[in-house]
Design a protein around this ligand. Sequence first.
Ligand SMILES: Nc1nc2c(ncn2[C@@H]2O[C@H](COP(=O)(O)OP(=O)(O)OP(=O)(O)O)[C@@H](O)[C@H]2O)c(=O)[nH]1
Ligand SMILES: [Mg+2]
Length: 388
Amino acid sequence: MLIGIIGAPNKGKSTLFSALTMHDVAIADYPFTTIDPNKGIAYATDKCPHVELGTKCKARNSLCVDGIREIPVNVVDVAGLVEGAHLGKGMRNKFLNDLAAADALIIVADASGKTDAAGNHVAKHDPVEDVEMVQGELVEWLSDIVRRHMKAMSRNPDGAAALAEVLAGLKINKDMITSAISQNGLSSSKIDWEDEGIDRFSTTLLKAAKPWLVVANKMDAEGAEEGAAKLEEKYGKEKVFRMSSAVELALEKAEKAGIIKWSGEKDFSIVGNATPEQQKGLNYMKRYLSTHGMASKALMNRIVFELLGNIVVYPVEDEHRYSDSMGNVLPDAILLHSGATAHDLAAAIHTEIADKMLYALDARKKMRIGKDHKLQNGDIVKIVSAVR
Ligand SMILES: Nc1nc2c(ncn2[C@@H]2O[C@H](COP(=O)(O)OP(=O)(O)OP(=O)(O)O)[C@@H](O)[C@H]2O)c(=O)[nH]1
Ligand SMILES: [Mg+2]
Protein backbone atom coordinates (compact mmCIF):
# COMPACT_ATOMS: atom_id res chain seq x y z
CA MET A 1 0.00 0.00 0.00
CA LEU A 2 1.22 3.47 -0.84
CA ILE A 3 -0.03 6.81 0.49
CA GLY A 4 0.98 9.95 -1.41
CA ILE A 5 1.51 13.32 0.26
CA ILE A 6 0.65 16.14 -2.11
CA GLY A 7 0.04 19.88 -1.91
CA ALA A 8 1.17 23.31 -3.00
CA PRO A 9 4.77 24.28 -2.10
CA ASN A 10 5.78 25.20 1.45
CA LYS A 11 2.68 23.76 3.15
CA GLY A 12 4.60 21.30 5.34
CA LYS A 13 4.44 18.12 3.25
CA SER A 14 7.98 17.05 4.11
CA THR A 15 7.46 17.95 7.77
CA LEU A 16 4.37 15.73 7.81
CA PHE A 17 6.31 12.98 6.01
CA SER A 18 9.04 13.17 8.68
CA ALA A 19 6.54 13.12 11.53
CA LEU A 20 4.86 10.05 10.01
CA THR A 21 8.00 8.14 9.12
CA MET A 22 10.68 9.62 11.43
CA HIS A 23 12.92 10.03 8.40
CA ASP A 24 15.19 13.08 8.24
CA VAL A 25 14.44 14.97 5.05
CA ALA A 26 14.96 18.50 3.77
CA ILE A 27 12.50 20.94 5.35
CA ALA A 28 12.79 24.66 4.65
CA ASP A 29 10.75 27.80 4.58
CA TYR A 30 10.75 28.30 0.81
CA PRO A 31 8.98 26.68 -2.14
CA PHE A 32 10.38 23.61 -3.91
CA THR A 33 12.60 22.38 -1.10
CA THR A 34 11.70 18.87 -2.18
CA ILE A 35 12.49 17.87 -5.75
CA ASP A 36 13.07 14.12 -5.72
CA PRO A 37 10.37 12.25 -3.86
CA ASN A 38 11.04 11.11 -0.29
CA LYS A 39 9.99 7.55 0.38
CA GLY A 40 9.47 6.03 3.80
CA ILE A 41 7.34 3.85 6.02
CA ALA A 42 4.60 4.87 8.41
CA TYR A 43 2.42 2.56 10.48
CA ALA A 44 -1.25 1.79 10.77
CA THR A 45 -2.06 0.39 14.21
CA ASP A 46 -4.54 -2.04 15.70
CA LYS A 47 -4.81 -4.10 18.88
CA CYS A 48 -2.65 -7.21 18.53
CA PRO A 49 -4.69 -10.40 19.13
CA HIS A 50 -1.91 -11.85 21.30
CA VAL A 51 -3.23 -9.83 24.25
CA GLU A 52 -6.73 -11.28 24.17
CA LEU A 53 -5.36 -14.78 23.46
CA GLY A 54 -3.04 -14.57 26.47
CA THR A 55 0.01 -15.50 24.42
CA LYS A 56 3.17 -13.76 23.26
CA CYS A 57 3.56 -12.88 19.60
CA LYS A 58 6.61 -12.84 17.36
CA ALA A 59 5.79 -10.23 14.75
CA ARG A 60 7.76 -10.54 11.53
CA ASN A 61 6.22 -8.44 8.76
CA SER A 62 5.10 -5.81 11.28
CA LEU A 63 5.90 -4.66 14.81
CA CYS A 64 4.15 -5.25 18.10
CA VAL A 65 4.69 -2.54 20.71
CA ASP A 66 2.90 -2.83 24.06
CA GLY A 67 0.09 -4.92 22.60
CA ILE A 68 -0.39 -2.68 19.58
CA ARG A 69 0.36 -4.16 16.17
CA GLU A 70 2.06 -1.67 13.87
CA ILE A 71 1.57 -2.48 10.20
CA PRO A 72 3.92 -0.80 7.72
CA VAL A 73 2.46 1.41 5.01
CA ASN A 74 4.57 3.09 2.34
CA VAL A 75 4.45 6.86 2.17
CA VAL A 76 5.80 9.15 -0.56
CA ASP A 77 6.33 12.92 -0.23
CA VAL A 78 6.63 14.70 -3.56
CA ALA A 79 7.63 18.14 -4.83
CA GLY A 80 5.19 21.01 -4.34
CA LEU A 81 2.46 21.23 -6.95
CA VAL A 82 1.67 24.55 -8.62
CA GLU A 83 -1.09 25.65 -10.93
CA GLY A 84 -0.26 24.67 -14.50
CA ALA A 85 1.93 21.73 -13.40
CA HIS A 86 0.23 19.55 -16.00
CA LEU A 87 1.44 22.05 -18.61
CA GLY A 88 4.99 21.72 -17.39
CA LYS A 89 5.11 24.52 -14.80
CA GLY A 90 6.93 24.26 -11.49
CA MET A 91 8.56 20.88 -11.04
CA ARG A 92 6.58 19.61 -14.06
CA ASN A 93 4.51 16.51 -14.24
CA LYS A 94 7.23 14.26 -12.94
CA PHE A 95 5.95 14.20 -9.39
CA LEU A 96 2.40 13.60 -10.51
CA ASN A 97 3.86 10.48 -12.05
CA ASP A 98 5.52 9.72 -8.70
CA LEU A 99 2.00 9.51 -7.30
CA ALA A 100 0.71 7.11 -9.95
CA ALA A 101 1.08 4.08 -7.69
CA ALA A 102 -0.61 5.74 -4.69
CA ASP A 103 -3.72 4.13 -3.20
CA ALA A 104 -4.78 7.30 -1.41
CA LEU A 105 -3.64 10.90 -1.14
CA ILE A 106 -3.07 13.28 1.74
CA ILE A 107 -3.57 16.82 0.45
CA VAL A 108 -1.65 19.17 2.75
CA ALA A 109 -2.98 22.71 3.18
CA ASP A 110 -1.60 25.50 5.34
CA ALA A 111 -4.53 26.22 7.64
CA SER A 112 -2.83 29.35 8.98
CA GLY A 113 -3.14 30.90 5.52
CA LYS A 114 0.32 32.46 5.68
CA THR A 115 1.52 30.95 2.38
CA ASP A 116 -0.15 31.39 -1.00
CA ALA A 117 -0.80 28.79 -3.68
CA ALA A 118 2.78 29.18 -4.95
CA GLY A 119 4.23 28.79 -1.44
CA ASN A 120 5.22 32.43 -0.92
CA HIS A 121 4.59 34.26 2.35
CA VAL A 122 1.43 36.36 2.44
CA ALA A 123 -0.68 37.95 5.17
CA LYS A 124 -3.77 35.92 4.40
CA HIS A 125 -4.64 33.14 1.97
CA ASP A 126 -7.66 30.86 1.80
CA PRO A 127 -6.38 27.27 2.24
CA VAL A 128 -9.40 25.99 0.28
CA GLU A 129 -7.65 27.39 -2.81
CA ASP A 130 -4.62 25.16 -2.14
CA VAL A 131 -6.82 22.09 -2.18
CA GLU A 132 -8.86 23.19 -5.22
CA MET A 133 -5.67 23.81 -7.16
CA VAL A 134 -4.28 20.37 -6.33
CA GLN A 135 -7.51 18.64 -7.28
CA GLY A 136 -7.73 20.62 -10.52
CA GLU A 137 -4.18 19.65 -11.48
CA LEU A 138 -4.84 16.00 -10.72
CA VAL A 139 -7.87 16.01 -12.99
CA GLU A 140 -5.91 17.72 -15.77
CA TRP A 141 -3.09 15.25 -15.39
CA LEU A 142 -5.44 12.28 -15.78
CA SER A 143 -7.37 13.97 -18.59
CA ASP A 144 -4.13 14.57 -20.48
CA ILE A 145 -3.24 10.90 -20.32
CA VAL A 146 -6.69 9.90 -21.60
CA ARG A 147 -6.58 12.55 -24.35
CA ARG A 148 -3.18 11.41 -25.56
CA HIS A 149 -4.52 7.92 -26.21
CA MET A 150 -7.88 8.96 -27.64
CA LYS A 151 -7.05 8.21 -31.24
CA ALA A 152 -5.86 4.67 -30.55
CA MET A 153 -8.85 4.01 -28.27
CA SER A 154 -11.37 5.21 -30.83
CA ARG A 155 -10.73 2.05 -32.83
CA ASN A 156 -11.43 -0.33 -29.93
CA PRO A 157 -15.05 -1.59 -29.55
CA ASP A 158 -14.38 -2.27 -25.83
CA GLY A 159 -13.64 1.23 -24.56
CA ALA A 160 -13.32 0.27 -20.88
CA ALA A 161 -10.74 -2.39 -21.76
CA ALA A 162 -8.80 0.11 -23.86
CA LEU A 163 -8.82 2.61 -21.00
CA ALA A 164 -7.86 -0.04 -18.47
CA GLU A 165 -4.77 -0.73 -20.54
CA VAL A 166 -3.86 2.96 -20.80
CA LEU A 167 -4.40 3.55 -17.06
CA ALA A 168 -2.93 0.27 -15.80
CA GLY A 169 0.04 1.93 -14.08
CA LEU A 170 -2.21 4.22 -12.06
CA LYS A 171 -3.82 1.54 -9.87
CA ILE A 172 -7.05 2.02 -11.78
CA ASN A 173 -9.01 -1.10 -12.66
CA LYS A 174 -11.69 -1.83 -15.25
CA ASP A 175 -14.55 -1.75 -12.71
CA MET A 176 -13.64 1.80 -11.66
CA ILE A 177 -13.51 2.79 -15.33
CA THR A 178 -16.83 1.18 -16.25
CA SER A 179 -18.49 2.87 -13.31
CA ALA A 180 -17.04 6.31 -14.18
CA ILE A 181 -18.18 5.91 -17.81
CA SER A 182 -21.74 5.03 -16.84
CA GLN A 183 -22.00 7.65 -14.09
CA ASN A 184 -21.22 10.30 -16.70
CA GLY A 185 -23.39 8.81 -19.44
CA LEU A 186 -20.45 8.56 -21.85
CA SER A 187 -20.13 6.16 -24.80
CA SER A 188 -18.17 3.03 -23.92
CA SER A 189 -17.37 1.76 -27.38
CA LYS A 190 -14.83 3.30 -29.77
CA ILE A 191 -14.25 6.10 -27.29
CA ASP A 192 -14.02 9.53 -28.84
CA TRP A 193 -15.07 11.99 -26.13
CA GLU A 194 -14.97 15.77 -26.19
CA ASP A 195 -12.68 17.56 -23.68
CA GLU A 196 -15.60 18.28 -21.39
CA GLY A 197 -16.52 14.58 -21.25
CA ILE A 198 -12.92 13.60 -20.58
CA ASP A 199 -12.76 16.01 -17.63
CA ARG A 200 -16.01 14.72 -16.12
CA PHE A 201 -14.77 11.15 -16.52
CA SER A 202 -11.40 11.98 -14.90
CA THR A 203 -13.04 13.79 -11.98
CA THR A 204 -15.25 10.79 -11.19
CA LEU A 205 -12.48 8.28 -11.72
CA LEU A 206 -10.03 10.11 -9.46
CA LYS A 207 -12.49 10.06 -6.57
CA ALA A 208 -12.62 6.27 -6.78
CA ALA A 209 -8.99 5.60 -7.64
CA LYS A 210 -7.23 8.11 -5.39
CA PRO A 211 -9.43 8.80 -2.37
CA TRP A 212 -8.07 11.75 -0.44
CA LEU A 213 -8.27 13.65 2.76
CA VAL A 214 -7.02 17.08 3.66
CA VAL A 215 -4.50 17.76 6.41
CA ALA A 216 -5.19 21.22 7.82
CA ASN A 217 -1.56 21.73 8.77
CA LYS A 218 0.18 24.35 10.92
CA MET A 219 -2.62 24.27 13.52
CA ASP A 220 -0.16 25.69 16.04
CA ALA A 221 0.14 28.91 14.04
CA GLU A 222 -1.94 32.05 14.30
CA GLY A 223 -5.00 32.13 12.04
CA ALA A 224 -5.18 28.34 11.74
CA GLU A 225 -8.56 27.99 13.46
CA GLU A 226 -10.20 30.14 10.80
CA GLY A 227 -8.47 28.31 7.95
CA ALA A 228 -9.35 24.88 9.32
CA ALA A 229 -12.98 25.93 9.72
CA LYS A 230 -13.06 27.04 6.08
CA LEU A 231 -11.65 23.69 4.96
CA GLU A 232 -14.19 21.81 7.08
CA GLU A 233 -17.04 23.90 5.74
CA LYS A 234 -16.00 23.15 2.18
CA TYR A 235 -15.08 19.46 2.43
CA GLY A 236 -16.88 18.27 5.57
CA LYS A 237 -15.33 17.52 8.96
CA GLU A 238 -14.74 13.86 8.12
CA LYS A 239 -12.50 14.84 5.20
CA VAL A 240 -10.33 17.32 7.13
CA PHE A 241 -7.68 16.33 9.62
CA ARG A 242 -6.32 19.08 11.85
CA MET A 243 -2.70 18.80 12.91
CA SER A 244 0.63 20.49 13.39
CA SER A 245 3.30 18.44 11.68
CA ALA A 246 6.03 20.69 13.04
CA VAL A 247 4.98 20.22 16.67
CA GLU A 248 4.58 16.46 16.26
CA LEU A 249 7.96 16.13 14.58
CA ALA A 250 9.70 18.23 17.26
CA LEU A 251 8.12 16.21 20.07
CA GLU A 252 9.01 12.89 18.46
CA LYS A 253 12.60 14.08 18.15
CA ALA A 254 12.66 15.35 21.74
CA GLU A 255 11.40 11.99 22.96
CA LYS A 256 13.98 10.13 20.89
CA ALA A 257 16.71 12.34 22.34
CA GLY A 258 15.51 11.57 25.88
CA ILE A 259 14.48 15.15 26.59
CA ILE A 260 10.79 14.43 27.20
CA LYS A 261 8.78 11.50 28.44
CA TRP A 262 5.08 11.01 27.70
CA SER A 263 2.92 11.19 30.78
CA GLY A 264 -0.40 10.77 28.96
CA GLU A 265 -1.81 11.10 25.49
CA LYS A 266 -1.79 14.86 25.63
CA ASP A 267 1.00 15.59 28.07
CA PHE A 268 4.69 15.04 28.68
CA SER A 269 7.28 15.93 31.26
CA ILE A 270 10.71 17.31 30.56
CA VAL A 271 13.21 14.75 31.84
CA GLY A 272 16.42 15.50 29.95
CA ASN A 273 18.69 18.47 29.62
CA ALA A 274 16.90 21.13 27.62
CA THR A 275 18.48 24.49 26.85
CA PRO A 276 16.43 27.54 27.96
CA GLU A 277 15.48 28.01 24.30
CA GLN A 278 14.29 24.39 24.02
CA GLN A 279 12.48 24.75 27.31
CA LYS A 280 10.54 27.70 25.92
CA GLY A 281 9.65 25.77 22.78
CA LEU A 282 8.57 22.74 24.77
CA ASN A 283 6.29 24.83 26.98
CA TYR A 284 4.68 26.25 23.86
CA MET A 285 4.19 22.75 22.50
CA LYS A 286 2.79 21.56 25.82
CA ARG A 287 0.03 24.14 25.52
CA TYR A 288 -0.67 23.15 21.92
CA LEU A 289 -0.75 19.47 22.81
CA SER A 290 -3.18 19.86 25.70
CA THR A 291 -5.91 20.88 23.25
CA HIS A 292 -4.91 19.13 20.03
CA GLY A 293 -3.03 15.96 21.01
CA MET A 294 -0.78 13.98 18.66
CA ALA A 295 -2.52 13.14 15.40
CA SER A 296 -0.07 11.20 13.17
CA LYS A 297 -1.12 7.72 14.26
CA ALA A 298 -4.81 8.57 14.05
CA LEU A 299 -4.19 10.03 10.59
CA MET A 300 -2.69 6.79 9.28
CA ASN A 301 -5.53 4.74 10.79
CA ARG A 302 -8.15 7.07 9.35
CA ILE A 303 -6.65 6.58 5.88
CA VAL A 304 -5.93 2.86 6.01
CA PHE A 305 -9.05 1.65 7.83
CA GLU A 306 -11.71 4.28 7.14
CA LEU A 307 -10.86 5.96 3.84
CA LEU A 308 -9.52 2.81 2.17
CA GLY A 309 -11.68 0.42 4.21
CA ASN A 310 -8.98 -2.13 4.98
CA ILE A 311 -9.01 -4.84 7.62
CA VAL A 312 -6.08 -6.63 9.29
CA VAL A 313 -5.95 -10.40 9.12
CA TYR A 314 -3.40 -12.81 10.62
CA PRO A 315 -2.52 -15.91 8.59
CA VAL A 316 -1.11 -18.87 10.56
CA GLU A 317 -0.11 -22.45 9.80
CA ASP A 318 -0.71 -23.95 13.25
CA GLU A 319 -4.23 -23.12 14.40
CA HIS A 320 -3.57 -24.32 17.95
CA ARG A 321 -0.49 -22.24 18.63
CA TYR A 322 -1.49 -19.43 16.26
CA SER A 323 1.93 -19.72 14.69
CA ASP A 324 3.75 -20.33 11.45
CA SER A 325 5.58 -23.64 10.87
CA MET A 326 8.63 -22.26 12.71
CA GLY A 327 6.61 -21.55 15.86
CA ASN A 328 6.46 -17.77 15.41
CA VAL A 329 3.16 -16.69 16.97
CA LEU A 330 1.03 -14.33 14.83
CA PRO A 331 4.01 -13.54 12.60
CA ASP A 332 2.23 -11.59 9.88
CA ALA A 333 -0.45 -8.94 9.83
CA ILE A 334 -1.93 -8.58 6.35
CA LEU A 335 -4.03 -5.65 5.16
CA LEU A 336 -6.96 -6.66 2.96
CA HIS A 337 -9.86 -4.62 1.60
CA SER A 338 -13.04 -4.99 3.66
CA GLY A 339 -15.20 -7.74 2.24
CA ALA A 340 -12.10 -9.80 1.38
CA THR A 341 -12.54 -13.57 1.47
CA ALA A 342 -10.35 -16.39 2.74
CA HIS A 343 -9.34 -16.92 -0.88
CA ASP A 344 -8.23 -13.27 -1.12
CA LEU A 345 -6.02 -13.86 1.90
CA ALA A 346 -4.52 -16.92 0.20
CA ALA A 347 -3.86 -14.80 -2.90
CA ALA A 348 -2.12 -12.18 -0.76
CA ILE A 349 0.20 -14.89 0.58
CA HIS A 350 1.03 -16.69 -2.68
CA THR A 351 -0.72 -17.20 -6.04
CA GLU A 352 -0.03 -20.92 -6.06
CA ILE A 353 -1.41 -21.36 -2.54
CA ALA A 354 -4.54 -19.57 -3.71
CA ASP A 355 -4.81 -21.62 -6.90
CA LYS A 356 -4.60 -24.89 -5.00
CA MET A 357 -6.54 -23.73 -1.94
CA LEU A 358 -8.90 -26.37 -0.49
CA TYR A 359 -10.49 -24.53 2.44
CA ALA A 360 -9.53 -22.43 5.45
CA LEU A 361 -9.80 -22.60 9.23
CA ASP A 362 -10.91 -19.90 11.61
CA ALA A 363 -8.13 -20.46 14.16
CA ARG A 364 -10.01 -18.90 17.06
CA LYS A 365 -13.09 -21.07 16.62
CA LYS A 366 -11.16 -24.04 15.17
CA MET A 367 -13.86 -24.07 12.54
CA ARG A 368 -13.65 -24.83 8.85
CA ILE A 369 -14.55 -21.92 6.56
CA GLY A 370 -15.00 -21.87 2.80
CA LYS A 371 -12.96 -20.03 0.20
CA ASP A 372 -15.69 -17.42 -0.14
CA HIS A 373 -16.03 -16.80 3.59
CA LYS A 374 -15.80 -13.08 4.27
CA LEU A 375 -13.08 -12.21 6.75
CA GLN A 376 -13.44 -9.77 9.64
CA ASN A 377 -10.89 -7.41 11.13
CA GLY A 378 -8.60 -9.30 13.51
CA ASP A 379 -9.37 -12.78 12.12
CA ILE A 380 -6.69 -15.45 12.51
CA VAL A 381 -6.86 -17.83 9.58
CA LYS A 382 -5.14 -21.00 8.44
CA ILE A 383 -5.24 -21.60 4.70
CA VAL A 384 -5.30 -25.25 3.73
CA SER A 385 -3.93 -25.77 0.25
CA ALA A 386 -2.80 -28.73 -1.85
CA VAL A 387 0.55 -26.96 -2.30
CA ARG A 388 3.23 -28.78 -0.34
N1 LIG B 1 4.13 26.63 12.36
C1 LIG B 1 4.25 25.55 11.61
N2 LIG B 1 5.15 25.50 10.61
C2 LIG B 1 5.25 24.37 9.87
C3 LIG B 1 4.43 23.23 10.13
N3 LIG B 1 4.75 22.28 9.22
C4 LIG B 1 5.72 22.78 8.45
N4 LIG B 1 6.03 24.05 8.83
C5 LIG B 1 7.06 24.94 8.23
O1 LIG B 1 6.68 25.22 6.89
C6 LIG B 1 7.84 25.32 6.07
C7 LIG B 1 7.74 24.36 4.90
O2 LIG B 1 7.82 23.04 5.37
P1 LIG B 1 8.19 21.81 4.39
O3 LIG B 1 7.88 20.57 5.14
O4 LIG B 1 9.54 21.97 3.83
O5 LIG B 1 7.09 22.07 3.26
P2 LIG B 1 6.84 21.33 1.86
O6 LIG B 1 5.38 21.39 1.62
O7 LIG B 1 7.49 19.99 1.88
O8 LIG B 1 7.59 22.31 0.86
P3 LIG B 1 8.16 22.01 -0.63
O9 LIG B 1 8.96 20.76 -0.59
O10 LIG B 1 9.01 23.21 -0.86
O11 LIG B 1 6.98 21.97 -1.51
C8 LIG B 1 9.03 25.03 6.99
O12 LIG B 1 9.55 26.26 7.47
C9 LIG B 1 8.40 24.24 8.13
O13 LIG B 1 9.13 24.34 9.33
C10 LIG B 1 3.50 23.30 11.21
O14 LIG B 1 2.76 22.37 11.51
N5 LIG B 1 3.46 24.48 11.90
MG1 LIG C 1 8.97 19.22 0.72
